[in-house]
Design a protein around this ligand. Structure first.
Ligand code: GAP
Length: 516
């Protein structure tokens, strides 16, 4: 059995081999933590965005969309707090000249201790077999207790240092834990210092007095600064939401795990403006709604969990993450935050504009509170790829790699294949493809054996393969082969549209969400 790490490597390789994700500017050896989506990746990504966008703007008549610019007035980022506080604690190793995030070095150390505990448990499980009682073993085994005490002490010390952003203490922890640089193997560390994650550039020519501007690190601020525009022009009444999908940029120092942590990525964010005092009710509403959205895809309910934040940002009064079980553990895919009136108040203060809502019911004006839902498109993409990738052993010693993607998200819905390249079969196959192509993304393939063609479609997750044979010309039927079961049916050509539509129509997911 492959380890989780090996499986993840295979998923990354598969993404490249089948046109889902390529390293950016690969002919120049790539650019760290920047990726391009290929011919199949872009279709899957667009389907994810479509699913999110319509679930916001079609299912909610009080949610509208915008598409704000990536560049924003630099004061935006002063007001939002990003200029002063969007920092990571960094440390350099003097021998390797490599730079690390101090918090990540310590978290890796915590991970190593956990690994030691897990190894002891796995060893004991093998020794004791069915009688093994993990809880009792954890509570009594000397080595496990020792590692656990070490873990708890380090965890407490680390959390306190991070809460206070005590940089000297973070360095001291690294020294006390004898953490070495993975490259040089030495403990020759510099002091820890803060590093701002925003990319900056200049707008205008230097002679005119160029202005330092930032590439937005989140799409949310584009929504906040447009609150008044949308509220007034759309005559929106509270509660209402503004949704946006767009690129965000962060100069991540530790960019790891493929497209999980990127320097250029895409967010789908929705800010829901509400009356102060109703935030707990709306926070719970969005928490539940967003989980339903994830679960409706059918990747497996057990793969999701909430991680409620104990430590909140100074402006938030509740926050939770929806985590997904990746091959490298449960990881955040989406954040749901109750942001109070912090952002709108800050923009009012820095712009000098009155940013309020006149409530006709109470005849009063106030600054709305906000519940935010924020999900990374790329992380969502990764979670779908990880759950879809399967290696299957087949009867007769054969094997296949199949992407069991939810059909609604699959890049290609159907591939039409003439059994042979003659006797009028290609023409008939093209005729069927032409009939389907206005509604579904289809492929046409006439090369190699049917078996090889099936494997190619399995590898990109195509739910239906449609084979045209000699009988088709007389009986008007084709063979439909299903990706997941590999079973086949004889289907009338005029029934194909309905068959594909039933499996790939997003409306079925929306109905599931609304009915739950
Ligand atoms: N406006 C709130 C906000 O940006 P966040 O938790 O920093 O909150 C929200 O980001 C989501 O954006 C995350 O849950 C994740 O899915 C995605 N995300 C954040 N940083 C990312 C990165 N470097 N690479 C890929 N996705 C990222």
């Amino acid at each position: 059995m492959a380890t989780q790490e090996e499986t993840f490597k295979k998923i990354v390789a598969h993404c490249k081999e089948y046109g889902f994700v390529f390293p950016s500017s690969e002919i120049y050896d790539g650019l760290g933590a920047v990726y391009d989506y290929g011919q199949n990746g872009v279709e899957l990504k667009n389907n994810i965005k479509h699913y999110w966008w319509d679930s916001m703007t079609l299912l909610h008549e009080n949610i509208v969309g915008i598409d704000a610019a990536i560049f924003m007035h630099p004061t935006t980022w002063k007001a939002s707090g990003h200029v002063d506080a969007f920092n990571d604690p960094l440390i350099d190793n003097r021998d390797s000249k490599k730079r690390y995030r101090a918090d990540v070095l310590i978290e890796d150390q915590l991970g190593k201790i956990e690994e030691k505990i897990n190894k002891e448990i796995e060893k004991a499980r093998k020794r004791f077999g069915e009688q093994f009682d993990e809880a009792q073993f954890r509570a009594t085994n000397g080595r496990v207790l020792e590692h656990q005490a070490h873990f708890d002490q380090l965890h407490t010390r680390y959390s306190e240092a991070m809460n206070k952003m005590d940089l000297a203490e973070l360095k001291q922890i690294i020294l006390d834990e004898e953490i070495v640089c993975p490259i040089s193997g030495t403990r020759n560390w510099t002091d820890v210092r803060q590093f701002n994650l925003m990319f900056s550039t200049e707008m205008g020519s230097t002679a005119d007095g160029a202005m330092k501007i930032y590439l937005r690190p989140e799409t949310a601020q584009g929504i906040f600064v447009n609150y008044l525009n949308v509220q007034k022009t759309g005559r929106m009444k509270l509660p209402f939401g503004i949704a946006q999908i767009g690129k965000a940029f962060r100069n991540e120092i530790v960019a790891r795990q493929f497209i999980f942590r990127m320097r250029e990525f895409e967010q789908m964010e929705m800010q829901f403006f509400i009356k102060p005092g109703t935030e707990h009710e709306w926070f719970n509403h969005w928490r539940e709604f967003r989980l339903k959205w994830h679960k409706a895809l059918g990747l497996g309910d057990e793969k999701y969990r909430f991680h409620d934040h104990e430590k909140l940002a100074h402006y938030a009064n509740a926050a939770t993450d929806i985590e997904f079980q990746m091959p490298f553990g449960f990881k955040e895919v989406e954040g749901i935050h109750s942001r109070t009136n912090f952002d709108l108040s800050q923009h009012a203060k820095f712009s000098g504009k009155k940013i309020e809502y006149f409530d006709p019911e109470t005849n009063t004006s106030y600054t709305p509170y906000v519940i935010e839902t924020s999900i990374g498109v790329d992380r969502m993409f990764l979670s779908i790829m990880c759950s879809a990738y399967k290696e299957e052993q087949l009867e007769g010693g054969d094997s296949r790699v199949v992407l069991a993607l939810p059909p609604v998200l699959a890049p290609v819905k159907a591939c039409v294949m003439p059994l042979v390249k003659k006797d009028g079969l290609p023409e008939k196959a093209r005729e069927i493809q032409n009939m389907l192509k206005f509604d579904f993304k289809t492929n046409y393939d006439e090369k190699d054996s049917i078996g090889k063609r099936y494997r190619r479609q399995d590898a990109i997750g195509t739910p239906f393969c449609i084979t045209v044979d000699h009988d088709t010309l007389t009986d008007g039927c084709v063979t439909v082969r299903y990706r997941d079961t590999m079973t086949q049916d004889r289907v009338k050509i005029e029934d194909l549209h309905e068959l594909i539509y039933k499996a790939c129509d997003m409306k079925q997911l929306y109905r599931k969400i609304v009915a739950q």
